[in-house]
Design a binder for this molecule. Structure first.
Ligand SMILES: [Zn+2]
Ligand SMILES: [Zn+2]
Length: 207
């Protein structure tokens, strides 16, 4: 019993220590520098004790195999919670994208952010048919988690369907093509839906 308490005390100390100094992050940083080109966005989890570890990865979109509109730096913050039975990764992904506004055609750069969780269980997949999203199995022969396939998937998913330079982009005048965010043109005869015309008349009369 005494031994178990000691273990518990040590474990707590370890967590406190790592949250203050976090030498494990530095360890990983050295690892990242070393593998900068060869093995980015890979966590060699066998190097880490049970508990919480935090990592930051930066990699160029091109190196990750990501194409337009994604470009520039891809940043991934990972909070790893490792236990004897599983590893849970809470990920925050930031990717940069360049695209043309759907309404006015202006080029814009946007920072796309997404949060997701990846779960890895130690052991073999019991039925080989697990279709659960973001659940993986780590076989005893394995010692690393390669985050790149998931990063690519989430980076692509984070591209918005509707790309607007700003939420209230006024677009281009359908008649003269003027960018209505920047100028007003003379052909701004609004087409009012005839259904609303009586209401509009009422509103104008009451002024
Ligand atoms: Zn626009
Ligand atoms: Zn116009």
């Amino acid at each position: 019993m005494y031994f178990m308490n000691l273990r518990g005390a040590f474990f707590n100390n370890y967590i406190n220590y790592s949250s203050k100094v976090d030498y494990k992050v530095e360890d990983n940083y050295i690892l990242m520098l070393f593998f900068k080109v060869m093995k980015p966005m890979i966590i060699k989890y066998t190097n880490y004790t049970d508990g919480i570890h935090e990592f930051e990865f930066n990699e160029d979109a091109k190196t990750l195999g990501l194409n337009e509109p994604l470009s520039g730096n891809v940043n991934l913050m990972v909070r790893m919670d490792k236990s004897h039975s599983q590893i849970v990764l809470n990920c925050k992904l930031t990717v940069n994208a360049k695209f043309d506004c759907d309404r006015c055609g202006e080029e814009l750069t946007a920072e796309l952010k997404s949060d997701f969780k990846l779960v890895y269980l130690f052991g073999n997949n019991p039925d080989n048919s697990s279709e659960t999203v973001n659940l993986y199995y780590l076989t005893p022969e394995q010692d690393k988690i390669d985050l790149r396939p998931d990063i690519n998937e989430y980076a692509i998913l984070s591209i918005p369907m509707k790309k607007l330079c700003k939420e209230d982009c006024r677009g281009l005048c359908p008649t003269c093509g003027a960018n209505l965010n920047k100028e007003t043109c003379n052909c701004t005869k609004e087409n009012i839906n005839p259904v609303w015309a009586p209401l509009l008349k009422l509103k104008n009369n009451s002024k």
